[in-house]
Design a protein around this ligand. Sequence first.
Ligand code: GDP
Ligand code: CA
Length: 325
Amino acid sequence: MRIVALAGGIGGARFLRGLKQAVPGDGEQTEITVIGNTGDDIHLYGLKVCPDLDTVMYTLGGGINEEQGWGRAAETWSVKEEMKAYGVGPEWFGLGDRDFATHIVRTQMIAAGYPLSAVTEALCARWKPGVRLLPMSDDRVETHVLIEDRDAPGGRRAVHFQEYWVRLHAEVDAQAIVPVGAEESKPAPGVIEAIGEADVILLPPSNPVVSIGTVLAVPGIRQAVVEAEAPVVGLSPIIGGAPVRGMADKVLAAVGVETTAAAVAKHYGPGLLDGWLVDTADAAAVPEVEEAGIACRAVPLWMSSVEASAEMARAALALAAEVRG
Ligand code: GDP
Ligand code: CA
């Protein structure tokens, strides 16, 4: 079975770890291809940082800081402290010493002419995540957020997504989300082929706007998913009207989508989604989603353990089999 999953950072990675446990292990013919969001990428200290790709790579490769959900386990912060002593920031972005090495290797390879997809493959040779991890694109795409700023011309200003999320904690309202460069970007090598050859396509409970939405904004990817023979099943990142973790409500509001499991399903739409899983707390939303033309089931969607995530993955694969008929 060939499974393709689009993914952001923490929500995507935790689900994928469950998916890996749920599918038959080595020897059986299961191949998971992950198409990762690179709209969160940022250049810091002259280095190219890919937070979502790294979260997937570290989580599946056993190097993640478990409590935090991002960054390396057993991390130390000497480089950051030394940078601070020089007055060089940003202080608000956490890059630990171990993590720095990843970004140095990546930046060095890119400077030598390797595309991000080749660099990611090289980094994964160490981490062995057990999935094929592809960036959505080798081209630079950077998500920016328009926020109100009375001092700026026009009364608003664009900030990098990381600045909005990490420095501003999404406390100011987002007026618009702009994946800068997306329109001119091309899917990375292998992305369209993987979608076309997939038996199942999964949308993990990643952020629908700034993670999955950005992947789908790369020209050709949404169309490939829509036209794929494989059933497409998504899992709600919203439980009981709130994001389980993080501030997804802020970016959903920016695109005019309510923070409910049903609204997110309809935002993806029946053209894209064949099936949708909501949490048991949202069981009342099932008829509304089904009326919109998307098969829907309510199952527990809290990724409180790897086994809980694996159970979610089994439910997603079962729904995919069901809608395939
Ligand atoms: P990010 O790039 O690190 O923000 O991660 P993703 O975009 O992959 O996932 C973020 C989303 O995961 C958040 O918007 C949450 O709503 C969702 N999420 C986090 N933990 C859980 C969980 O246990 N269950 C569900 N259903 N969603 C979760
Ligand atoms: Ca992200």
